[in-house]
Write a protein that binds this ligand. Structure first.
Ligand SMILES: Cc1cc2nc3c(=O)[nH]c(=O)nc-3n(C[C@H](O)[C@H](O)[C@H](O)COP(=O)(O)OP(=O)(O)OC[C@H]3O[C@@H](n4cnc5c(N)ncnc54)[C@H](O)[C@@H]3O)c2cc1C
Length: 277
């Protein structure tokens, strides 16, 4: 049984390493190919072994050779069961724990060689140039903020004067975010609304809180113009101090889902809050 060991150092891309490692495995002419399970090897060696049509095992912590038989050990079930096994397949690539690589090579009496690299990259992709990436806007999602400010679809609805005031709503919301440093959450209804997209360009589906959205972990939450329906409020399960502003005294928040419900016009309330901040 011939055993060949390769040391793997430095960095390499998957595209370059897979053909290089596969060529090394095939060219080694060995029954057993040993290498340390460093991240570079873990990333590319399984694909290289597949390309070379050989067997591979990773995370091996012990190797025992007895004549033509090789037995290896690796942990299973999160280090609960130590398994011992062998394979008849040859060549057999074995990635051992990097910290044990030197010891295992010495025990088997093999001296590692540097893994050949730099094989020609096989790719069908041709690069025509680089398109300038957009600068992107300021993120409204701030996981470290102590406050979650949720905007609901009510901000887009017709108000007491019979008209919708989306630009005013957007200015009030962004004004509050700038002054308070709060993270912006949204209800599904608002981010799903195509007619609100232009005025509310600072929010997207990424802001949606709820059953099919996110479950943020801010200490406090303030919901405005949001009805407080269960599929939304389920996303608040880690927000312990909650307040809501809604015109409807019977909205979902009133059903024990918030500590304080202000039955008020959120346009007026948030404008006053912005003045005070
Ligand atoms: C399978 C499923 C998954 C879902 N997942 C989610 C989810 O992840 N997240 C989510 O949010 N929803 C989710 N929903 C939708 C959810 O049930 C509600 O439809 C949605 O949350 C309603 O959004 P809203 O409260 O903003 O809008 P609306 O229900 O339209 O409520 C608007 C509120 O604004 C109030 N309002 C209007 N004007 C003012 C004003 N000037 N001042 C104060 N209040 C005002 C109104 O009284 C009303 O209560 C899901 C639904 C289903 C069926």
């Amino acid at each position: 049984m011939t055993i060949k060991a390769y040391s793997i150092e430095g960095n390499g891309t998957f595209a370059q390493d897979v053909p290089a490692f596969a060529a090394a495995i095939k060219g080694a002419g060995a029954d057993i190919v040993l290498a340390p399970g460093v991240s570079r090897a873990k990333r590319s060696m399984p694909a290289a072994a597949m390309r070379a049509g050989v067997a591979i095992d990773t995370n091996v912590v012990a190797v025992q050779a007895e004549g033509e038989k090789l037995t290896v050990q690796r942990w299973a079930y999160r280090q609960r069961i130590l398994t011992t096994f062998t394979r008849a397949a040859r060549p057999w690539v074995i990635l051992v724990d990097p910290s044990l690589f030197g010891e295992i090579c010495a025990q088997l009496g093999v001296t590692p060689e540097a893994m050949p690299s730099g094989a020609a990259v096989e790719t069908r992709t041709t690069m025509n140039g680089v398109v300038a990436a957009g600068k992107g806007g300021e993120s409204t999602i701030k996981p470290d903020s102590p406050l979650l400010f949720v905007a609901g679809a009510g901000w887009t609805k017709k108000q007491a004067d019979g008209a919708a005031h989306r630009d005013e709503a957007a200015a009030t919301i962004t004004g509050f975010l700038a002054k308070s440093g709060a993270s912006l959450g949204s209800s599904k209804s608002l981010v799903d609304m195509p007619e609100a997209a232009a005025a509310f360009s600072f929010m997207s589906h990424m802001n949606q809180v709820g059953q099919t959205g996110s479950t943020p972990r801010h200490a406090k939450g303030l919901a405005t113009c949001c009805h407080g329906e269960e599929p939304h409020v389920v996303g608040w399960r880690f927000v312990n101090e909650r307040r809501a502003v809604n015109l409807d005294a019977n909205c979902g928040w009133a059903q024990g889902k918030t500590d304080v419900l202000y039955v008020a016009d959120a346009f007026a309330v948030m404008k006053k809050v912005n003045e005070l901040l």
